[in-house]
Ligand binder design. Structure first.
Ligand code: CA
Length: 426
């Protein structure tokens, strides 16, 4: 049976509210206090299945060399799409309630199944490169309205190509990593000269990202219809942003220090195969894109997304944004085709982010910049008193994402980070 079959059940009880039923099986890198070596695991309910353990005893051998006793998923990903799929099918079979091998082997269960609360999660991939797109029409319109001109919010290129920039791979961190408020050069519109200060407009950006699963040659172009075969899976991504630094520095080459200080990703990579049942048509693209960006079929995904904010002043967590990936204007396949049309090569472990995902409603905007309209309309938290225009020290931002189907939920878990005060220069 295909691993996405809705009727499949695991011998491990999985609560219907869990992000990780047997139909999901996302891959990640974990360790435990008792066994501190980093290795590959798969999430199932409240448990982590230790693939390095299964590989060691010969139950799963996708490669000639060990690919699961590794500190990153890259070696496994490099084996290619047919191996990702056959391995996921084998894992699905091992976890099924009607399959005895793991179910009836108590000592193997003890060694290979780790309670999730004991697992320490690490960055799932060695990030080869990081590209951030800008593919939500609503987000681009909002930012263009605030920073430039509401009458011409979208720049002329936006409807013709997926705008993007090359970010920093070195500062991609896993969920749970504290985020230090950056220092930098700012120039408020009223000031004559720039000055050096701690960022006063620290923000999050709600994004997803796909992970490239193949190396291409320099000069090679990935066709839009073949692009999805080169994607291993998706994660949630928070592109932390320093808006005051950004506004001064971004002309004419785009963001630099405003984005490079940290980018957080969720630890579990949901495979493109697991997302298949949640495929949807994207929005109509008018004007029609150039031929290299034209695609037929459904290339968006129904992924419900939300952002939670927790502050010291307000005891309860507030959900400040609810939106959906499905509204994205440019598809991931179009992003990858566009990225390589010049002949730029991509590598296993490249991280390609969607851009901030905003919907049409004011509570569906994927950044505080938009939610508070650059501070003009501060967001009121659930206690009715605490307000936020931008993030303050100690604030914790948590992104969630899940595909919610009729039969099961296929989720991403969370990506979370706490804001630490800026370091003062001694
Ligand atoms: Ca971004």
């Amino acid at each position: 049976m295909h691993p996405n079959t809705p009727s499949l059940k695991s011998f491990i009880p999985v609560d219907p509210s869990s992000d990780f039923p047997i139909q999901n099986l996302p891959f990640g890198i974990f360790s435990t206090r008792q066994s501190p070596e980093l290795r590959v695991g798969v999430a199932i309910g409240d448990w982590v299945l230790d693939l390095a353990q299964l590989e060691k005893i010969g139950l799963l051998t996708p490669g000639n060399e060990s690919v699961f006793n590794q500190p990153a998923l890259n070696d496994f990903i490099a084996l290619g799409q047919s191996v990702w799929r056959s391995t996921r099918a084998q894992i699905s079979l091992l976890l099924r309630e009607d399959h005895a091998r793991l179910r009836d082997d108590a000592s193997l269960r003890t060694s290979a199944l780790i309670p999730m609360h004991e697992a320490i999660m690490h960055l799932p991939i060695a990030v080869s490169g990081y590209t951030d797109f800008y593919s939500s029409k609503e987000h681009a319109t909002n930012v263009g309205s605030m920073f430039r001109d509401p009458a011409n919010a979208l720049l002329p290129n936006w409807l013709h190509l997926p705008v993007g920039y090359n970010g920093r791979a070195s500062s991609v961190v896993v969920s749970g990593t504290d985020i230090r408020r950056p220092l930098g050069q700012v120039k408020p519109p009223s000031a004559e000269q720039p000055h050096f200060a701690a960022c006063a407009k620290l923000d999050f950006e709600l994004e997803t990202a796909f992970i490239v699963g193949a190396n291409t040659a320099l000069g090679e172009q990935v066709s839009v219809n073949h692009a999805e075969d080169l994607m291993f899976g998706m994660v949630l991504l928070n592109d932390w942003s320093a808006r005051d630094i950004q506004q001064w520095e971004y002309v004419p080459l785009g963001p630099f220090n405003a984005k490079t200080f940290a980018t957080s990703i969720s630890p579990w990579v949901v495979t493109m195969e697991a997302l298949e049942p949640f495929r949807l048509p994207g929005p109509t693209q008018e004007p029609e894109p150039l031929p290299y960006l034209r695609q037929s079929g459904d290339h968006s995904f129904d992924i419900q997304l939300s952002v939670e904010l927790h502050t010291a002043e307000c005891e309860q967590t507030t959900t400040i944004c609810n939106t959906n990936y499905r509204a994205m204007y440019w598809s991931m396949a179009q992003q990858l085709a566009h990225h390589t049309i010049s002949g730029c090569n991509v590598r296993v472990g490249d991280l390609m982010a969607s851009g901030t995902i905003s919907g049409t409603q004011p509570d569906s905007f994927g950044s505080l910049l938009e939610l508070s309209w650059n501070g003009q309309r501060p967001v009121t938290l659930i206690d009715g008193q605490t307000k936020r225009s931008f993030l303050e020290d100690g604030d914790v931002v948590t992104l969630r994402g899940a595909c919610v189907g009729a039969h099961y939920r296929c989720g991403f878990g969370t990506v979370s980070g706490r804001v630490l005060p800026a370091l003062t220069r001694g």
